[in-house]
Design a protein around this ligand. Structure first.
Ligand SMILES: CC(C)(COP(=O)(O)OP(=O)(O)OC[C@H]1O[C@@H](n2cnc3c(N)ncnc32)[C@H](O)[C@@H]1OP(=O)(O)O)[C@@H](O)C(=O)NCCC(=O)NCCS
Length: 160
């Protein structure tokens, strides 16, 4: 079930952030972000019993399978982060989260959605292309990594 984010989701989101990103948002930063008026977020409340999950560090996650965090300013939206916990990827959850958010933006009369993605993130790029995002810019060597820099690709999608 996809639903609007709540402050009580922050610990589970922070756990997925740590699992997923080098520059992970922690619970405190998430709570501050949620206070910003332009903030908007959705979570995938998987409703799967914990016993059905693989036993690696999932206690923190509970039923939260993924999330999408965004900012909305007048008629533009920017996706800040989208992630599905590693154990629950490739089951269509990312697809549903992004589809839900795009339907929400359409209902809010938003005209365009922006995001930024690492050039080597094939799963995310595939997902975004499938949902009609198109590339409009590159930031060379934007992501600094120990194993080498990576470009950022900026993408946009018009909302009809
Ligand atoms: C990008 C991300 C959110 C996608 O989430 P996801 O839940 O794995 O995405 P989906 O399951 O909807 O789609 C992923 C793939 O699974 C496939 N898939 C979907 N349902 C499936 C199913 N039931 N069985 C098998 N495969 C399935 C899709 O066809 C897709 O394949 P493709 O990418 O080869 O075309 C996820 O990989 C993630 O969290 N990555 C780490 C964080 C990240 O990089 N975020 C983006 C930052 S910009």
């Amino acid at each position: 079930m996809i639903r609007a984010i709540r402050t009580g989701d922050c610990e589970a989101i922070a756990a997925i952030e740590t699992q997923t990103f080098n520059m992970a948002l922690d619970c405190g930063r998430l709570l501050n972000l949620m206070k910003v008026r332009a903030f908007c977020g959705f979570v995938d409340d998987a409703n799967i019993p914990n016993t059905a999950l693989k036993p690696n560090n999932l206690d923190m996650l509970g039923n939260l399978a993924g999330y999408l965090l965004a900012m909305i300013t007048v008629d533009e939206a920017e996706i800040l982060s989208i992630a599905v916990s590693a154990e629950r990827q490739k089951c269509g959850r990312g697809d549903r989260l992004l589809g839900h958010f795009l339907a929400y933006t359409a209902a809010q009369d938003i005209k365009v959605v922006f995001l930024e993605v690492a050039a080597d993130n094939v799963s995310a790029l595939t997902l975004y292309h499938r949902h009609g995002f198109a590339e409009f810019g590159h930031r060379p060597s934007y992501y600094k990594r120990t194993d080498g820099d990576c470009d950022a690709i900026m993408m946009r999608r018009s909302i009809d």
